[in-house]
Design a protein around this ligand. Structure first.
Ligand code: SAM
Length: 261
């Protein structure tokens, strides 16, 4: 067995039922597929069985990238690089389906990068991604629940997100200490337009900085107590950050952009 690098979040999926389940999530035949972090190529093999039109993989580990080249020859296109440095919009002219058993240490960074950098035209058709369960729970959390926060608000801005299943540590080698969750993420047809997403990032950072405190302080800090905004969005400043629903945050980010932009 290959020696896994902890620094690169290497936990390889070995459970055949789960590998099949992941590739059964969506139609792959004749589609352009991108796999993030193929590792030893377990999921890659399952994707290839479904006859994609083309399969790109992005793998940072040089040794694994070489091994993949030997294993799959010209069946796949290997990009031996850091996914965080890739500009997917430049790379793909046709929409792709993305699969990834993501390195857990950078999974939220990858997702945030994709959402924040999205232009009008999505470069992907869907994302089928594995996260650590605790992170997936935050991504899909509803408002008024303890897990709801920045990650839920940013992730759900442009994407509809569905949980496929939880996956036990035994499905991986080496066995991680935590459970995992597979999510299916699809572009929304309609979403509230915020021209510069950094306003949404800043707003949610300041609002959730003290998640147990009332909204009064962060609101006044950003909006200087602007009553018109409160009336328009029907916000009660005695509530707490987790009590505002997704759309209220997106509308607040628009108001903040108008004020600052
Ligand atoms: N997909 C494989 C599987 O399911 O067996 C491996 C998944 S493992 C959790 C994460 C993979 O992502 C590893 O192969 C690791 O080397 C790779 N990786 C880690 N950081 C990366 C980065 N910044 N860019 C691209 N690949 C990365």
């Amino acid at each position: 067995m290959i020696k896994a690098k902890k620094s690169l979040g290497q936990n390889f999926l070995i459970d055949k039922k789960i590998l099949k389940k992941i590739t059964d999530t969506t139609d792959i035949e004749n589609k352009i597929i991108l796999e993030i972090g193929p590792g030893t190529g377990n999921l890659t093999s399952y994707i290839l069985k479904k006859n994609p039109k083309k399969l790109f993989v992005i793998e940072k580990d040089n040794k694994l990238a070489k091994d993949l080249e030997n294993k799959f020859n010209n069946q796949i296109t290997i990009i031996n690089d850091d996914v965080l440095k890739i500009n997917e919009t430049d790379l793909f002219k046709e929409k792709v389906i993305v699969f990834g058993n993501l390195p857990y240490n950078i999974s939220t960074e990858i997702l945030s990068k994709w959402i924040i950098n999205l232009k009008e035209n999505f470069w992907f058709e869907s994302l089928i991604l594995m996260f650590q369960k605790e992170v997936a729970d935050r991504i899909i959390a509803e408002f008024n629940t303890p897990n709801y926060g920045r990650l839920s608000i940013i992730s759900n801005w442009k994407l509809n997100i569905k949980k496929i299943c939880d996956i036990k540590p035994e499905a991986f080698y080496p066995k991680p200490k935590i459970d995992s969750t597979l999510l299916y993420l699809l572009p929304k047809k309609n979403f509230i337009k915020i021209n510069d997403p950094t306003y949404l990032e800043k707003l949610t950072r300041i609002f959730f900085n003290q998640r147990r405190k009332m909204l009064k302080k962060p609101f006044n800090q950003l909006f200087n107590g602007d009553q018109k905004v409160l009336d328009k969005l029907k916000i009660d400043l005695n509530l707490r950050p987790q009590n505002l629903n997704l759309d209220t945050y997106y509308k607040l980010a628009c108001e903040y952009e108008k004020l600052r932009g």
